[in-house]
Write a protein that binds this ligand. Structure first.
Ligand SMILES: Cc1cc2nc3c(=O)[nH]c(=O)nc-3n(C[C@H](O)[C@H](O)[C@H](O)COP(=O)(O)O)c2cc1C
Length: 202
């Protein structure tokens, strides 16, 4: 069984989402020691933003030589995702949504003909059968009862993206209120780490 672990926080060891995504992977590894784990750090090894040359290359046009390493990374990223049975993602909220590093990864994974297609009945996800677990960390609170609910474009966006490509096994472990104060941060992190240890086995 293959697990793909992705982090996207720029805060290194101070990151909440990195601590929680690591705890999720630890929990799944303990339950299934034979797990084959691939790790991708999107801030250590960022993917470029899509360009016209990327799209032309995808249509079979010759690509500029300087794009070759990034096109190779693109293929690697897509294959890692397609090969994975379980995907664990650390996703902090930056300016109300995912970090641009994670968006660049999504741009390499949502590929027509690979992870979705348009048929007579509209869009159809092709990536079903995977389990996706997302550790999200937010500075504030965005629950439905709060005045900030309409500004939540992290979890809602990821739910849409993974639903679009056919993922039905989608779990979120949130750590909220991280910037409200040290007590909030400590409590949110402890709760998220506890939730990670209680996950069902891979
Ligand atoms: C550049 C930046 C933008 C942020 N934007 C928001 C935001 O829009 N809303 C929010 O609630 N918190 C925001 N925060 C706070 C983070 O969501 C919070 O610190 C979270 O723990 C970040 O996850 P990380 O610790 O894994 O990096 C922002 C933090 C940074 C560094």
């Amino acid at each position: 069984m293959k697990l793909l672990h992705i982090d996207s926080s720029v805060l290194g060891p101070h990151s909440v989402s990195r601590q929680v995504s690591a705890a999720i992977v630890d929990r799944l590894r303990q339950a299934t020691p034979s797990l084959d784990i691939v790790y991708r750090d999107l801030t250590q090894t960022p993917l470029a933003h899509l360009s016209g040359s990327h799209l032309a290359a995808a249509q079979g046009a010759p690509a500029p030589a300087e794009l070759a390493p990034d096109l190779a990374a693109s293929a690697a990223v897509l294959n890692e995702f397609l090969d994975a049975d379980v995907v664990v993602i650390g996703a902090p909220m930056y300016n109300f949504t995912i970090p641009s590093q994670l968006k660049a990864w999504i741009d390499r994974v949502l590929i027509a003909g690979k992870t979705f297609k348009y048929g007579a009945a509209g869009p159809e996800g092709l990536a079903g059968g995977k389990r996706v677990i997302v550790a999200i960390s937010r500075g504030g609170y965005y629950g439905a009862e709060t005045p900030y609910a309409a500004g939540e474009h992290l979890e809602t966006y990821l739910r849409w993206v993974f639903g679009f490509i056919g993922i039905t096994s989608l779990e979120f472990i949130p750590a909220d209120g991280i910037q409200i104060g040290p007590n909030h941060r400590e409590k949110a992190l402890a709760g998220a780490l506890e939730a990670a240890t209680s996950l069902r086995a891979a």
